[in-house]
Design a protein around this ligand. Sequence first.
Ligand SMILES: C[S@@+](CC[C@H](N)C(=O)[O-])C[C@H]1O[C@@H](n2cnc3c(N)ncnc32)[C@H](O)[C@@H]1O
Length: 386
Amino acid sequence: MEKMNEITGQFVQKLQKSIENGSFVKLTLSKSGGKNKDFRNVYGRLIELRGEEVMSFTLRYSTRDETRNHPIPEALTMVALWLGTDFLNGDLFTLEEDLSIQFSKKRKPRLFSRPASQEEKPPKVHNRQKQYLIEVADNPYLHAMGISSASGNILPAGQAKFRQINKYIEIIDSLLQQHPLPTAPQIVDMGSGKGYLTFALYDHLSGLGLKPAITGIELRQKLVDFCNGLAKEAGYTGLSFLAEDIHNFHPKRIDMLIALHACDIATDIAIAKGIQSGAEIIIVAPCCHKQIRKQMACQTDMQAILRHGILEERQAELITDGIRSLLMEAHGYQTRVFEFISTEHTPKNLMIVGTKGKKKEEALEQVEAIKKDYGIEYHYLEKLLE
Ligand SMILES: C[S@@+](CC[C@H](N)C(=O)[O-])C[C@H]1O[C@@H](n2cnc3c(N)ncnc32)[C@H](O)[C@@H]1O
């Protein structure tokens, strides 16, 4: 290895000392300086691996993240090698001080020490812990939404939401591997609420190297103001929110339409907007199902079962979502219906995903037959698609 610059040596020594005396919190290397501009930053934290303390690095490239675990001496050598070559910035956070090393264009380093900004150490995680697609560090929206602490740890009250967001991103990630979006996709999230999922999606797609333009549509002005403020703070220039009824929103082009837990017929309005604007992908997780239930008057032997209110309610949900899926198929989408996340997190856990494909000719006849059996006059989505 080339002889280490004295200032870099001091930085690495402080890193080593903080690990030895237990004050280390986290390390980030940023500002690409090497030939590989794709290599965006490195995030280091301590974990326990087979009973040994090791440094876990997350190497963030523009289209993927890579995790590598190293024994401490090896990790110190890697940091020394990266600094001044691949990265021109290093930030070490300990319980005693925040230490930064910055390299000039001529690769001359300078050290800056500031009072410690971190008051607590992250809990030592075991490597058996599930690897999530969402990186907690460097994601300010998670903190602003009360999911993580300022030091980047998931708060106990935020655990369930964090798992739900991750599950959602995992689903979208695997969907996009089969149905890639254009490099600058137009995405609309209808009924975006507090924006948890909208922010996570924007962050994830940007991390994949896409330049998404995502619009969250939400009736409640307060939530829209909150989300717009946060998007600005986070520097998410392609993410914006509109206070509007989705009924009155007339987009020119949508590549991917999302509506998660939009109440009752709001899900139908969203599906119709997606179909009418020719969206390649439609993702909905329906919420309450009132419209069909009110009309249901079963005409078959099933009536003997549906006299129980709870069973009729479940059947109404099944028919509502089943007909949604058939109508999407009639309009040229292939659909999949599956459980989005376990019911322990939310009872509203069904997801319908439609991807553009061939029209299913017999779907409309199937809808008619089901409506007849259950005495249903119309499904709201049908009216919207007439
Ligand atoms: C249950 S929240 C879901 C929020 C978010 N999508 C999620 O899953 O975390 C449903 C949101 O849809 C909004 N909403 C309902 N009907 C709407 C409409 N017609 N137009 C715009 N927003 C609507 C509500 O205000 C609410 O914030």
